[in-house]
Design a protein around this ligand. Sequence first.
Ligand code: CP
Ligand code: NVA
Length: 322
Amino acid sequence: MTATRHFLKDTDLTAAEQAEVLDLAVRMKAAPYSVQPFAADGNGRKTVAIIFDKTSTRTRVSFAAGVADMGGNALIINPGEAQIGHKESVQDTAKVLERMVSTIVWRTGAHAGLVEMAGNSRVPVINALCDDYHPCQLLADLLTIREHKGRLQGLTLTYLGDAANNMANSYLLAGVTAGMHVRIGGPEGYLPSPEIIAAAEERAAETGGSVLVTVDAAAALTGADVVATDTWVSMGQEDEKEARLQLFRSYSVDEAAMQLAAPDAVVLHCLPAYRGYEIAAAVIDGPQSVVWDEAENRLHAQKALMAWLMHMSGLAVVDGLV
Ligand code: CP
Ligand code: NVA
């Protein structure tokens, strides 16, 4: 029996697999209805369960629209609507869902919950953001960089701001998987953990990428081809808001910061954005910003990911994949 493939963190895809998913996303963006994994689904199931323990605009809409484009049915479960998390364990939830749906998509807090869900599911489980990673966002970001720069390998990608959050970790891991030189800049105490840095360095050694983690914002920014940032107050950190707005002040992607990057650098932000804090309005609304392409690419990248995981798990056949 084919082993089920899950996507819980960026390094769950090898460099070759990440490139294959991105190639499929390019193909599906050009021909949005050309891949129909639900119609060919070997177990005959059309429904994708999409569970949210935290709020969402882009993730919710892009998964729902993507499933519809591919002939499936998106079942959105909003925060607090299901028994999971208060009345029922993750394990029991997985054992029920795997008998009814083709794929489980889950936005939650602890990564350990996703690991437990995947460990008890014979259908793919996709991380739609947790406290530690946002790997679907990175597939969209890499697709966007590829579109604007023509390649990924060898580019310098700088992430500035809260460098201990899910986006920082995913930029580091997905970026080096793509063979990029990833620089992460943030204040002391808000940098990626030694475990994440070690995992990124191991992957970079395979791909020709590299890792720089620094408190020096200028060192992170100088000559960057891609500049990225994210909110300083992630979901669940609202009580720390005032302290955080002070803490990250010198890591803002503003016009002065952009003077240090390459003149043709592009700017990414996963959104929602807080203008005047992690990013200046003149930057996110300016000519170097590609954030709307990045948001749209959530749709194309996730369609490719769902089709790829179903194919690899023996639940569908996608032409062109081995
Ligand atoms: N970027 C992103 O994941 O947005 P949502 O929180 O709106 O889904
Ligand atoms: N770091 C942010 C990302 C939102 C898409 C958060 O977790 O709230």
